[in-house]
Design a binder for this molecule. Sequence first.
Ligand SMILES: [Zn+2]
Ligand SMILES: [Zn+2]
Length: 431
Amino acid sequence: MRIAGLLLAMSPLVFAGADVQALVNQQEPSLFAVYKDLHEHPELSQHEEKTSAFMAGELRKAGYTVTEHVGRYADGSGALGVVCVLKNGDGPVVLVRTELDALPVEEKTGLPYASRNPGVMHACGHDLHMTSLLGTARVLASLKDQWSGTLLLIAQPAEETIGGAKAMLADGMYSRFPKPDFAIALHDTPGLAVGQVGVTAGPLLASSTSVDVIIRGLGGHGAHPEATKDPVVMAAEFVMALQTVVSRQISPLDPAVVTVGSIHGGTKHNIIPDEVKLQLTVRAFREEVRKKILTDIDRTARGVALAAGVPEDRAPIVAVSATEAVPATVNDPQLAARLKRVFVAVLGAANVVDAGPEMASEDFGLFGLDGQIPVFMFRLGATDPARLEESRRTGVPLPSLHSSLFYPVPEPAIRTGVLATVAAVLDLMHK
Ligand SMILES: [Zn+2]
Ligand SMILES: [Zn+2]
């Protein structure tokens, strides 16, 4: 058993190679059409009605038992998760996940298949992930004689607002459907060339926590600052003081970020307002570091108010969001090493890159139930190698994910996504 697994890990397509390549070739035109359709019709987080129905329909056609409307958000409203099961004898349960949602971004790529929904765009490539999942589903359904176990394909809503994975789990996903032994996913990246994948063992993506701060003062006339406690000045001091949280309070060996993404206060030139509101995001890998930063933010806000002489009943309000928070995503090192060998065998060593961690965040890690289930997310190259080369030469960065100008090259990114995912699943579920 071990030997068979090892052999397969070294060359995962030994038994299925020709079939897989041929099946992917056969799927390519129809997958490209699906991609263009999804890209033209993006839907925002928690509003993925058409997208989820489309995916459910396609996966049903591919032979899966499909359940729609899986998920319940913290406020009790229903989510649009899709769970697809294909049972094929004894063996492990493997979960493969895609996201469904797009972003509130006005697309400016000028692509012939650009978004037709004004102000909404698949700027994170979730359309690419859906297409890859669909290709994977079709190929694996035609290769049932080459794997054994249960395939659990899920289409998750609301990744961008960090609520979808939690909502699906809260709706009994692991009791209503088979609980996975492995959970895998991919995410596109403009930093790698199409045809390549990036593998990270261990910490992959940081935890993310949203924090809302209200700096309260005592408003008044702009000409009489002495008769006020000016929250605008305090907010400015607070923003600058926050810059030393990571650089002075946290060890240089612990990656962390505190970003103030929004600041609003006041109504008019000559009025000192009563309060200023700020929205922060906190990123870290270790839970202790995250907790320390949150304490530091609270203390810094209070310290600024204290120095300004703000009375205690007008102390700043620091609210850490319970819903907009997600733990770090940590790839299982053994699973990462195993699937890296698989990727090397199917894509060639030159197309498998060791990638480092990033301070971005994801809720995919939640499907691992805090280390109970090994999870693995790999990066899928999305950029034309010539553009990547030019960017390296000129030093002009390429549009990042979430940019109105970001676009992946769907061919051959879809093909690579399908090949890599199929190879990974075949390795994990080999007969
Ligand atoms: Zn995103
Ligand atoms: Zn994304």
